[in-house]
Design a protein. Structure first.
Length: 75
C-alpha cells in the first residue's frame, strides 16, 4: 500500500469518528435535553451530510410469475 492510500484511509477513519461524536451529541440533545444552540445543531447537520450518506426511500417493483406445488403426506 502506498503512503498516499494510507493517508486517505486515515482521513476517512477520522471523518467517521467525528461523525460518531456528532450523532451522539444530537442524540443526547434529542433524548436527554442536553443544551445545544440552533447554530450547533445546524452545523452538526451540515457536517454529517458531508460524511454520512443520506438514506432515501427506494421502491422496488418486480413481477414474479411462478407456481408452487406443495404436497403433504400421502396425497
Amino acid at each position: 500500500m502506498s503512503k498516499r492510500d494510507h493517508i486517505s484511509q486515515t482521513q476517512r477513519t477520522r471523518d467517521k469518528i467525528k461523525s460518531t461524536y456528532l450523532v451522539k451529541a444530537l442524540m443526547e440533545h434529542a433524548l436527554n435535553n442536553s443544551p445545544m444552540s440552533q447554530t450547533q445543531i445546524a452545523a452538526a447537520k451540515i457536517l454529517l451530510s458531508k460524511t454520512v450518506p443520506d438514506l432515501k426511500q427506494v421502491e422496488v417493483e418486480q413481477n414474479v410469475d411462478a407456481s408452487i406445488n406443495i404436497t403433504w403426506g400421502d396425497e
